[in-house]
Design a binder for this molecule. Structure first.
Ligand SMILES: [Zn+2]
Length: 82
């Protein structure tokens, strides 16, 4: 019996869950196997990771609005018009 190989379409549906480590061990292994053979999907995973990190960084900034406001005020206050 042939082991269940997933095609690119199926992998793409799993990438988000894969990056979040939400896949079952079997599915996770199927994705890993596919990524070894498929640079296109591999790039999509890298992209997904990058987006995730950007969102997390954005979330952290949003949690510190006071800090940002103060920084902005300091910068504006420090502007000298020559
Ligand atoms: Zn693929």
């Amino acid at each position: 019996m042939e082991s269940a190989k997933l095609n690119c379409d199926e992998i793409r549906k799993l990438i988000s869950a894969y990056v979040d480590h939400e896949l079952s061990p079997e599915k996770n292994r199927a994705v890993l196997l596919h990524l070894k053979e498929c640079p296109v999907c591999h790039n999509l995973v890298l992209e997904e990771v990058r987006i995730k990190q950007a969102v997390q960084q954005f979330g952290q900034k949003m949690k510190a609005p006071e800090h940002l406001k103060r920084k902005l005020r300091e910068e504006l206050g420090g502007v000298k018009i020559m």
